[in-house]
Design a protein around this ligand. Structure first.
Ligand SMILES: Nc1ncnc2c1ncn2[C@@H]1O[C@H](COP(=O)(O)OP(=O)(O)OP(=O)(O)O)[C@@H](O)[C@H]1O
Ligand SMILES: Nc1ccn([C@H]2C[C@H](O)[C@@H](COP(=O)(O)O)O2)c(=O)n1
Ligand SMILES: [Mg+2]
Length: 253
């Protein structure tokens, strides 16, 4: 898989139209339609039923590294469903469930909610979706998260995106976010960064060791970063990219 990403990176160069525009020009359609249905067989029943083979991608990175921002672009381009673990937890707070108060306090402190709560919310969201490709954003945040997911869901992610961003840039982005989040303050973000280093980085190293990690430099404009994300998803559809490469070769003759 790595060589496909490397070879595709030649498509992502400043002199040529962006890879995204090349793919759109080649297909004149939403790229997600390139993910033909035969690749995502839909079985009766939920995620854990044999035959349903959704594509799952974990999206990792520190607070403010740009996970949510890039997930929005991936959704628009490749038709994935964006499941933000943080958003699912915040929704649980606002729906005043029995876990709501505990989740609120945990997020206020910048700490990690017990895995069984988060995994249950993610699984419920997948099971209730009609889609078969999911971006699971901000999860797993710890080894406990990762193990709980594998125990309950029984599968590993197809691949993992890691947005690598310097701490000072993450702090700046979080403090400028202005979304009224209770965890967007200097004290909580410092704790979140500590938790990220202590608990999330080991998970990132785990997936790197499994050859499933794509590390994306998260410095630059949102579009520049998305250009680095494109080849990862394009590599999932080799025929899409091979056709572009062939068309490009013909045009260049
Ligand atoms: N490349 C970028 N340059 C500058 N600002 C950015 C960039 N990408 C995202 N931002 C902004 O930084 C803030 C954090 O981005 P985002 O919410 O996507 O991060 P996140 O990784 O999801 O953070 P969290 O884990 O706290 O949810 C947002 O206000 C967003 O608009
Ligand atoms: N797997 C997760 C994901 C998130 N949380 C809590 C702790 C995070 O700081 C907070 C916000 O998440 P974000 O929106 O920044 O991804 O939600 C958790 O406990 N476990
Ligand atoms: Mg986010």
């Amino acid at each position: 898989m790595w060589w496909r990403v490397t070879s595709l990176s030649q498509l992502v160069s400043s002199s040529k139209p962006s890879l995204l525009n090349q793919m759109r020009a080649a297909y004149g359609l939403k790229l997600w339609q390139a993910f033909s249905t035969e690749d995502f067989k839909r079985a009766e029943g939920g995620l854990c039923h044999p035959g349903r083979t959704p594509v799952t991608t974990f999206v990792l990175g520190g607070p403010g590294s740009g996970k949510g921002t890039q997930c929005t672009k991936i959704v628009e381009t490749f038709g994935f469903t964006h499941l933000s673990a943080g958003d699912l937890l915040r929704k649980e707070i606002s729906s005043n469930t029995e876990n709501g108060a505990m989740i609120l306090n945990t997020i206020k402190e910048g700490k990690i909610v017990p895995s069984e709560v988060t995994v249950k919310l993610i699984l419920k969201a997948i099971e209730s979706s009609e889609n078969d490709r999911f971006l699971i954003d901000g999860f797993p945040r710890s080894e406990e998260n990762r193990v709980a997911y594998e125990r309950v869901v029984g599968t590993e992610p197809d691949f993992v995106l890691f947005f690598d961003c310097p701490e000072e840039e993450m702090v700046k982005r979080v403090l400028n976010r202005n979304q009224g989040r209770i965890d967007d303050n200097i004290d909580t973000v410092k704790e979140r960064l500590r938790v990220f280093t202590a608990l999330n980085l080991p998970v990132i190293k785990y997936y790197s060791g499994k050859g499933k990690l794509y590390k994306i430099d998260a410095i630059g404009t949102e579009d520049e970063i998305f250009e680095r994300v494109l080849p990862v998803f394009a590599a999932l559809r080799p025929k899409t990219c091979n056709n572009i490469l062939q068309k490009q070769a013909i045009n260049e003759k």
